[in-house]
Design a protein around this ligand. Structure first.
Ligand code: COI
Length: 369
């Protein structure tokens, strides 16, 4: 093993390279057809926290299992948060990420809500920079591929009392990925759930914490058994307004070109992709509103054709057209069931910026390598 130090925007991360990296041929095979979240790079970035020392021991080390005491707090009370980001390889070989300061800010908000220690923006960015520099050979270059980055933090104190942990671990792991949904970029079928909710007022719906995703799994499993790929949740107070898909925000495109998406109400996640799409739609001259979208309005619009397109968006899924929406009491095709022109055009604009094929006019890209 060789140990070097890698200066980053945060601090000095010590980099201890593994002496058993994945073999070149095996890595190339993984990069050629990456399947979402199945293969991981050779290293991980890590910073440890204790109440006495604050954040310390900034390091990049061999990717591998974590040794957890069975009484580690996160295993019992779910005190955990995460982020989703991507590193994109441009045609000249350079590697960039997208609006990382927004992810750092959201991570700090999630930490506050889950009573975890806040990590500075400099440490958040520094860990990403150090890891991607170390594992740069893992950034794929094929169409629609990227290196998915998963920063996360968990309560690591060995203690069963119900109070905020006095210790935490922050890690970043990375995985080469292609399209999120099996079958590539194509319209998906969505079950609008009128039985379960993922979040309620005053809860953790606007924090990116594992518990929100755990709450969405049974509804998703039930929807999957009926032939649907994802669930759209309604608000828990009235069970009438669209919220989000659990792992993605949702947008509705009308025949007159106006576009609506549910507002940041406290119970949905404030997506970085969501905010970028709002900007690109506004730039393109669409009338855009962040407002309540009653399910009744959506149903009527789909039935009479005044709603032309619906799409989901997130870092992992980018923009995914929705071709069908159904529930216990309706089953409707969205437009002609194919990806609509607004979804297709804005998706192309967004990915052109991310992959360096279009001018980054909003200053969203951040160079990593
Ligand atoms: C993302 O879009 O990056 C997410 O975090 C959503 C999901 C994969 C958990």
């Amino acid at each position: 093993m060789s140990t070097t130090t890698h200066p980053t925007s945060a601090d000095l991360f010590s980099v201890t390279r593994t002496d058993t990296p994945v073999a070149d041929e095996q890595r190339e095979a993984a990069l050629a057809s990456p399947k979402f979240g199945t293969v991981f790079t050779d290293h991980m970035a890590r910073i440890s926290y204790s109440n006495e020392d604050g954040w310390s021991r900034r390091r990049v080390e061999k990717y591998g299992p974590l040794l957890l005491d069975p009484a580690t707090a996160v295993l019992h009370y779910g005190q955990e948060i995460f982020e989703g980001m991507k590193a994109y390889r441009h045609a000249d070989g350079s590697v960039w990420t997208f609006r990382p300061r927004d992810n750092a800010a959201r991570f700090a908000r999630s930490a506050r809500r889950l009573a975890l220690p806040e990590l500075s923006e400099a440490d958040f960015l520094g860990a990403i920079e150090a890891l991607v520099a170390t594992d740069v050979v893992w950034v794929p270059s094929g169409e629609e591929t990227s290196l998915y980055l998963r920063p996360f933090m968990y309560a690591s104190e060995t203690f069963l009392g119900v109070r905020p942990s006095l210790e935490a671990e922050f890690l970043v792991i990375a995985s080469p990925v292609g399209p999120y949904f099996a079958g590539g970029v194509r319209p998906v079928a969505i079950w609008v759930d009128q039985k379960y909710h993922r979040a309620g007022a005053g809860g953790t719906g606007d924090a990116k914490c594992g518990g929100n995703y755990a709450a969405s799994l049974l509804p998703q499993q039930e929807a999957y058994a009926k032939g649907f790929e994802q669930v759209c949740f309604l608000d828990a107070s009235t069970n009438t307004q669209l919220e989000e898909l659990g792992g993605m925000n949702v947008f509705v495109v009308h025949a007159d070109g106006s576009v609506a998406t549910p507002p940041i109400s406290g119970s949905i996640l404030e997506g970085v992709t969501r905010s970028s799409i709002l900007r690109l739609l506004t730039d393109a001259g669409h009338e855009v509103s962040e407002r309540q979208i009653p399910l009744t309005e959506l149903r009527e619009g789909l039935a009479d054709g005044s709603v032309r397109e619906v799409f989901a968006c997130g870092t992992a899924a980018v923009m995914t057209p929705i071709g069908r929406m159904a529930s216990d009491d309706f089953d409707l095709t969205v437009g002609d069931g194919e990806a609509g022109p607004v979804t297709t055009r804005i998706r192309a604009e967004l990915t052109d910026i991310q992959y360096g094929r279009a001018t980054d006019r909003h200053g969203w890209l951040h160079r990593l390598v």
